[in-house]
Design a protein around this ligand. Structure first.
Ligand code: ZN
Length: 314
């Protein structure tokens, strides 16, 4: 199941106006063109997702990004050469912050064709894209429909399996009862080593089947049904929190949805793992303030405290 889940990613593409390449010139927001709107489901991105999952693991992340206060810290890459895009600053007075490919920073544009991106602009593009294109309950449901269906099928299979195992245990129990009756009635001799072996075997079958059934029933009881309301509540909650002011909190929520942003010469690719999205949705039970997948207990507690202390931005 994990493998099936980790094979799926969603991808959103953004294209933007590429004129005015001069460093530091910001285009007006109305000049930004956003074309390919539909997050595209790609089934064969297994390796990419493995990398994403790895990049989300705190131990494997570069130390630079762990405590990074920037919204997209650690997830921005150059589409052209695949290198990290690092945050740089320039300008006097009002500080100008921008992302640039580490290759370009070292070797100029000989290394790759990448462009620099003002930090605020990239933040806004990604947040707006996620807000408008991903956190739409209908789209979210459509995006996750395959995973949700497979998940429901798995719950059904667990139920069937638990039933089969209980029947298997009852069958062994019935045979044992009949053997004991035979012994009581003098039809079988307990001293017979074959009989002893048979009784031990039936007990083993019965106990193993019962234990497996218990586990299957437990998994079944842990499964949370994902309703349309839960998806809508989740989308709205995350949406609000993405508009919140608190940096680390906002970042935490955004990076649950977006695990990789690739900046190309004329487009931005926004990638996320559907499996992570689904896990987060399941863990949250439709309430994004409660828990997000892939984060430890500490950040969970911190998240809750921040919520109660935090004014709603929108
Ligand atoms: Zn590059």
């Amino acid at each position: 199941m994990h493998q099936v889940l980790t094979r799926t990613t969603y991808i959103g593409r953004l294209r933007f106006n590429v004129s005015g390449k001069r460093k530091g010139v910001e285009k007006a927001p109305e000049d930004i063109i956003d074309v390919a709107v539909q997050p595209i489901i790609e089934e064969d991105e297994f390796n990419a997702v493995q990398d994403l999952l790895k990049s989300r693991s705190p131990q494997l992340r570069a130390p630079r990004s762990v405590n990074s206060p920037t919204l997209l810290g650690g997830v921005v890459f150059c589409e052209d050469c695949g290198g990290d895009m690092t945050l740089r600053t320039s300008g006097k007075g009002k500080q100008y912050r921008y992302y640039t490919c580490c290759q370009t920073a070292r070797q100029g544009h000989r290394g790759c064709r990448s462009r620099t991106m003002p930090m605020e602009k990239l933040n806004d593009l990604v947040v707006n894209h996620v807000d408008l294109r991903l956190l739409n309950p209908a789209r979210l449901e459509e995006l996750l429909s395959g995973l949700l269906r497979r998940r429901a099928e798995q719950v059904d299979r667990e139920k069937d399996r638990a039933g089969d195992l209980r029947r298997q245990a009852a069958d062994a129990e019935g045979k044992l009862t009949r053997l004991y009756e035979a012994i009581e009635n003098g039809l079988a001799d307990l001293a017979d080593s074959n009989l002893k072996g048979r009784i031990a075997e039936l007990k083993r079958i019965r106990d193993a089947a019962n234990a497996d059934a218990e586990r299957a029933e437990h998994r079944d009881s842990q499964a949370i049904e994902i309703t349309q309301e839960a998806v809508a509540r989740f989308a709205e909650g995350v949406r609000q929190r993405l508009r919140a002011q608190d940096g680390s909190f906002r970042r935490h929520h955004l990076q649950t949805l977006v695990q990789r942003v690739e900046v190309g010469a004329d487009r931005i690719l926004i990638k996320g793992s559907k499996a992570t999205l689904l896990q987060t949705l399941v863990a949250s039970r439709g309430n994004p303030s409660v828990h997000t997948a892939g984060h430890d207990v500490r950040s969970f507690v911190l998240g809750r405290r921040l919520i109660s202390a935090q004014p709603q931005a929108h």
